[in-house]
Design a protein around this ligand. Structure first.
Ligand SMILES: [Cu+2]
Length: 118
């Protein structure tokens, strides 16, 4: 189980780098063709369903079983994310269903928005 987690985390990192490169290309292209921005903005703050698997207040990391994160080019999987602020970590408990927005902040995949599912 532990081994599996490490492997999936590594796959995640590789995917994240690919996603970052793609995002950079998109940014460069945006100035040329503004029409593409309309399509992008509709999914700009889209939330993804996730289940909290682990919360670590000492490191500010939250492990999520998440659905596809299209903006960072990641398929559904279980992995740890950095929480944007400490209050987020205190809000959630293991086993809770949430909706998240994950973005690459300074190269680290970060939960920038987190809402509890009712
Ligand atoms: Cu992932």
């Amino acid at each position: 189980m532990k081994k599996l987690m490490i492997v999936s985390a590594m796959v995640c990192t590789a995917t994240a780098f690919a996603g970052t490169a793609l995002a950079a290309d998109d940014m460069a292209g945006m100035k040329m063709k503004t029409g593409a921005m309309d399509t992008a903005s509709s999914t700009d703050t889209a939330l993804t369903d996730a289940v909290v698997k682990k919360v670590d207040p000492s490191t500010g990391m939250v492990t999520l079983k998440h659905g596809a994160l299209n903006n960072v080019g990641m398929p559904p999987m279980t992995m740890a994310f950095k929480a944007k602020d400490a209050s987020m970590v205190k809000q959630v408990k293991e086993g809770e269903k949430v909706k998240v927005r994950v973005e690459s902040v300074n190269g680290a995949l970060t939960i920038v928005n987190l809402e509890k599912q009712q």
